[in-house]
Ligand binder design. Structure first.
Ligand SMILES: [Zn+2]
Ligand SMILES: [Zn+2]
Length: 358
């Protein structure tokens, strides 16, 4: 007899990496590289083919095993690393930029990111950012290392990732030192620039929210969107409260509207999970999910009166998810309600507390 399973069904994004190369559209191939992060089993690394060779989008994690997988997948598609002329990195999370530095340094590939791209482990990268647009702040980059930072909602602890994740990040750092180079982009694009890859003219779309530097690419002629982690098919991307600037949730909502409003989208290619067709529908579903979370917090505020982020997070998340990641996302949602004037916050005994505006 087997006990009834209490596990939730496996999400698309958790599936182990397929070893197949699959054509998504003419000149666009999907490969999958293995990753093991909470909730994620693979990252989609797209190959964009043209007369010059191939561009890769999101070349996996730093480290030798991911690199070996990438080289193997390229070979399956008929390429060697020196055929890679361009790397597109959708955002500054390690499962997306892993192979970029090596492809740039050893094989001469161009590395394209959004202008605001920053990683937490490479202080030199900030210094090379001298082409910052006027008025941009460089004091508190959004994608700066979250671990060990003070959490704005409590004075008694610094932010630490869950143990599994911390071990992984420790390993990344070792791998980075020994095998990898930092991704230091060679071409930083703004919103609405044209990038020609796979014989297509892609329009860059700055889509902040999941990270401040998130970039999607849109081919308006064919209606194809490379969606990165901005819109995923069966999970919602983490929105962290540990970013500079107020209200990442409002930015995320704006970015969801931006892709939902694109004309003629027929195919969305996410960084995790399977391709899907109704990008606007999925963007609206994700928005609705966050609206529900906000409603849960409004109800919690009625019930709790004046309470800490930790107390609110326990209304929003199930016990197995309680902890700093849950608090970070709760904080982002509470700050959204504060920005929209529904709650106010004050600091008491070293912790931020929120209550409804009377
Ligand atoms: Zn991400
Ligand atoms: Zn990702």
């Amino acid at each position: 007899m087997t006990a009834p399973s209490t596990e939730r069904p496996r999400r698309q994004e958790q599936e182990p990496a397929s070893t197949e190369i699959t054509e998504m559209a003419p000149g666009i191939l999907r490969s999958q590289l293995p990753i093991s992060l909470p909730g994620l089993g693979h990252v989609n690394c797209y190959f964009l083919e043209d007369e010059r060779g191939v561009a890769v989008v999101d070349p996996g994690l730093p480290g030798p095993s991911s690199w070996r997988a990438l080289v193997h997948r390229l070979k399956q598609a008929g390429y060697k690393p020196n055929n890679v002329h361009t790397v597109v990195v959708t955002h500054s999370h390690p499962d997306h930029f892993g192979g970029a530095g090596r492809l740039r340094d050893v094989y001469g590939a161009e590395v394209i990111s959004h202008r605001s791209f920053r990683t937490w482990f490479d202080p030199a990268e900030d210094e090379t950012l001298d082409d910052e647009p006027a008025g941009a702040t460089t004091e508190t980059p959004r994608s700066v290392k979250p671990w060990g930072r003070e959490m704005p909602w409590r004075d008694d602890a610094t932010f630490q990732p869950p143990m599994k994740r911390r071990l992984k990040f420790g390993l990344y750092r070792v791998a980075l030192k020994r095998f990898m180079r930092t991704p230091a982009p060679t071409r930083r694009v703004d919103d609405a620039e044209i990038i020609t890859l796979a014989r297509r003219e892609w329009v860059s779309l700055h889509t902040p929210g999941h990270t401040n530097d998130h970039l999607c690419l849109f081919d308006p002629a064919a209606g194809i969107v490379l969606a990165g982690d901005h819109v995923l098919p069966t999970i919602t991307p983490h929105i962290s409260g540990l970013v500079a600037g107020a209200d990442p949730l409002t930015e995320f909502f704006g970015s969801l509207e931006k892709v939902a409003g694109l004309d003629g989208v027929t195919l969305a290619l996410p960084a995790h999970g399977h391709p899907f067709h109704d990008l606007a529908g999925r963007a609206h579903e994700i928005r609705a999910h966050h609206e529900e979370r906000l409603d849960t917090l409004r109800a919690a505020a009625q019930e709790l009166g004046d309470a800490t982020v930790e107390a609110y997070s326990q209304k929003l998340f199930r016990p197995r998810s309680w902890g700093q990641m849950a608090e970070s996302e709760t904080y982002a949602h509470l700050e959204h309600l504060r920005e929209t004037g529904e709650v106010v916050s004050h600091r008491e005994a070293g912790a931020l507390r929120y209550h409804l505006v009377e």
